[in-house]
Design a protein around this ligand. Structure first.
Ligand SMILES: Cc1cc2nc3c(=O)[nH]c(=O)nc-3n(C[C@H](O)[C@H](O)[C@H](O)COP(=O)(O)OP(=O)(O)OC[C@H]3O[C@@H](n4cnc5c(N)ncnc54)[C@H](O)[C@@H]3O)c2cc1C
Length: 337
C-alpha cells in the first residue's frame, strides 16, 4: 500500500490496527535476473512523512470488517448477487440462494468480474492484458530482510517480494503469454521459469507450499464514462480495473471509499451524492489505468533490445527522480471523511 492508501487507512481510523500486522519496507531494490542492482530507493525519497506499508489481504480485510461491525454494519458472507433492478424509491438485489434484499442505494464493490457492473452497463468482459501472475506467501524463509521490497526484471518476466508482517514474505511472478496461464498453477511451473534467477527468487518460491500459490490472468478495462445510474454505483475493480504494475488497484479502491464517504456526508441526497462521488473519482482512476498499462509495457517487454536498454538506463536515473511519481501519490489531497 503506497502512501496514498496509508492516508486513506488513517482517515478510516484503522491504521494503528493494520500497522500491528503490517511491514514497513523502507528499502526498495530493483535487480536484473542475474542479480545486478539497477536501482536502490528509500521510502524517504517519496517525500517528507510518506509511508508505504505491506499487509496480507486477510489481515487488511479483518481489520476493515471489525471496524465496520463496530460502526453498526451487518455483514452477510457467501451471498452471491446475480441481478438487481431499481425503481424510484429503492433497489432490489437478487442472490444465488433465491433470497432478495431491498436497499436505498447499492455500491457494487464486487471486483473485476462485477455482476453489478454487468447489470448496470453490460459492457462485456474485461480485457486480458497478455500477462499472468503467480502469487505466493511463505513463512519459511526467516532470512528475508524485514525492510526490503524487491523487484527483479527479466525479459517478459518480473518477480517481486516484500515482507507482510512478522516472518511472512509475499512474492509475485508475472509472465507474458498471449494465451494466459493455461493452468500453470504449481510451484514446479513457477520454478521452471524463475528457478535460475538470482537469490532470493528461487529460495522464496521453493519455500512456498503449492497450496499457498495463486494464479491469475491479468485484466483491465478502458475507463468507462458512466459508473452509475440513480441509486446504484460501482467502486474499486468493479469500476476501474487496472493492471497491477503500479500496485495501485487496491490503493485506488481505498481512495474511492474515502471519496464516497465524503460525498455521502456533505450531500444529504444519496442519488446526488453517488454522482458527486463518480465525478470526483473518474479522472484520477482513468490516469492510473493508462499509467499501469504503460508500466506493464515497459516491465513485461519480450524484446531483447528493450530489456537491455532498460537494464542499462535504469541505473543512470537518479532514484529521487523515480520516487517523484510516488511522491505525487503521497501528496494526493484526499477529501475529508
Ligand atoms: C497479481 C496482483 C497483484 C496486485 N498487487 C497490488 C498491490 O500491490 N497494491 C494494490 O493496491 N493493489 C494490487 N492489486 C490489485 C488489487 O488486488 C485490487 O485492485 C483490489 O483487490 C480491488 O479491490 P476490490 O474491493 O474492488 O475488489 P476485490 O478485492 O476483488 O473484492 C471483490 C469482492 O466482491 C466479492 N464478490 C464478487 N462477486 C460477487 C457477487 N456477485 N456477489 C457478492 N459478492 C461478490 C468477492 O468475493 C470479493 O470479496 C494486485 C492485483 C493482482 C492480480
Amino acid at each position: 500500500m503506497y502512501p496514498n492508501a496509508v492516508n486513506a487507512l488513517k482517515q478510516m481510523d484503522v491504521y494503528s490496527d493494520i500497522a500491528k500486522m503490517a511491514s514497513f519496507p523502507s528499502l526498495g531494490k530493483y535487480l536484473n535476473s542475474k542479480g545486478k542492482v539497477l536501482v536502490e530507493m528509500n521510502v524517504a525519497d517519496f517525500g517528507p512523512g510518506a509511508e508505504a506499508i505491506t499487509v496480507h489481504r486477510h489481515d487488511l480485510q479483518k481489520v476493515l470488517c471489525d471496524k465496520a461491525l463496530t460502526l453498526g454494519a451487518r455483514i452477510h458472507f457467501s451471498k452471491d448477487c446475480w441481478t438487481l433492478e431499481q425503481d424510484k424509491d429503492s433497489v432490489t438485489l437478487h442472490f444465488a440462494d433465491d433470497t432478495q434484499v431491498q436497499s436505498d442505494i447499492v455500491i457494487g464493490a464486487d471486483g473485476i468480474h462485477s455482476k453489478v457492473r454487468k447489470n448496470l452497463l453490460n459492457d462485456g468482459e474485461p480485457r486480458y492484458t497478455g500477462s499472468f501472475a503467480w502469487r505466493g506467501v511463505t513463512s519459511q524463509l526467516v532470512s528475508y530482510p524485514p525492510n526490503l521490497s524487491l523487484m527483479v526484471f527479466g525479459r517478459g518476466k518480473q518477480f517481486g517480494a516484500t515482507p507482510v508482517g512478522k516472518n511472512r514474505v509475499y512474492w509475485f511472478a508475472t509472465m507474458s503469454d498471449e494465451r494466459g496461464h493455461r493452468d500453470r498453477r504449481s510451484k514446479s511451473d513457477v520454478l521452471k521459469y524463475f528457478g535460475d534467477w538470482t537469490d532470493p527468487v528461487n529460495e522464496l518460491i521453493d519455500a512456498t507450499k503449492d497450496s499457498e500459490i495463486l494464479t491469475h490472468n491479468l485484466y483491465d478495462r478502458d475507463p468507462a464514462l458512466k459508473w452509475g445510474e440513480d441509486r446504484i454505483t460501482i467502486l474499486g475493480d468493479a469500476a476501474h480495473p487496472m493492471t497491477p504494475f503500479m500496485g495501485q488497484g487496491g490503493c485506488q479502491s481505498l481512495e474511492d471509499a474515502i471519496a464516497l464517504g465524503h460525498c455521502m456526508k456533505v450531500n444529504s441526497n444519496p442519488v446526488e451524492a453517488l454522482r458527486d462521488y463518480e465525478k470526483m473519482r473518474q479522472s484520477r482512476t482513468s490516469d492510473f489505468v493508462y499509467q499501469s498499462r504503460k508500466s506493464e509495457a515497459m516491465t513485461m517487454s519480450t524484446s531483447r533490445i528493450a530489456t537491455m536498454l532498460r537494464d542499462a538506463i535504469l541505473p543512470m536515473v537518479p532514484s529521487k527522480l523515480l520516487a517523484k511519481q510516488l511522491h505525487t501519490l503521497a501528496n494526493y489531497k484526499m477529501p475529508e471523511l
